[in-house]
Design a protein around this ligand. Structure first.
Ligand SMILES: [Zn+2]
Ligand SMILES: [Zn+2]
Length: 205
């Protein structure tokens, strides 16, 4: 990896070939990095998914079909910040995401600093309707698949959205990892569930 010189210290790593403007201040630097930078559709590449907040002011694109990973998290932070029994999140590289509308209408909450500055990691929401948009880290972002717009009947939508389903659930209460869709030795639900290595999973009765 080549060392990249940086003109100022900021919490963002400075990847190669960013479109950083020379007059950028540290506070504005992140606006020139994915997923906030301004890019044409051609520069971004083929779009796989479109996401939108509740009020519609924030829209974004994703160019990767399957997330790197996905999870259901029911830790207390996720339950409180989403007002839901569980957070459903899918992980993408930040460069696979692009805001197409409303990037200036985002609100940030730095969990480590407890303020609304753009300091990573940060929770990102719509400043208008307050829909959680993503949890942003240095290189990755956790998006929320319920925001992805999918056309068709509700059955078709469910099927297409299944690409964001996690394969495992980490249970915050018991600290165990459960498979969401186990493999079966024979017929589903009437044979022995197996793990990824094909070893039967012991199910406590
Ligand atoms: Zn909104
Ligand atoms: Zn959590």
């Amino acid at each position: 990896m080549t060392e990249i010189s940086r003109k100022f210290s900021d919490p963002l790593p400075c990847p190669a070939q960013t479109n950083t403007l020379p007059e950028s201040t540290p506070e504005e630097h992140w606006k020139h990095l994915p997923p906030y930078e301004v890019k044409s559709g051609e520069q971004f590449g083929p779009v796989q998914w479109r996401g939108k907040c509740f009020c519609g002011k924030i829209t974004y694109l994703l160019k990767r079909e399957e997330p790197l990973n996905a999870k259901y998290c029911h830790c207390r932070v996720c339950r409180v910040t989403h007002g839901a029994p569980v957070q459903w999140a899918a992980i993408f590289h930040k460069h696979e995401m692009l805001f197409t509308n409303g990037a200036s209408g985002l609100a940030f909450y730095s969990t480590t600093h407890g303020n609304q500055k753009h300091i990573l990691p940060t929770k990102v929401s719509c400043a208008n309707c307050r829909t959680p948009i993503m949890d942003e880290g240095r290189n990755m972002c956790l998006i929320f698949p319920q925001l992805i717009e999918i056309e068709g009947s509700s059955q078709e939508q469910r099927e297409k959205r299944a690409v964001f389903n996690p394969k495992y659930v980490r249970c915050a209460v018991y600290g165990i990892v459960m498979m969401v869709s186990p493999k079966w030795s024979g017929m589903e639900n009437s044979s022995v569930p197996m793990n990824d290595e094909g070893i039967p999973i012991e199910v406590e009765q």
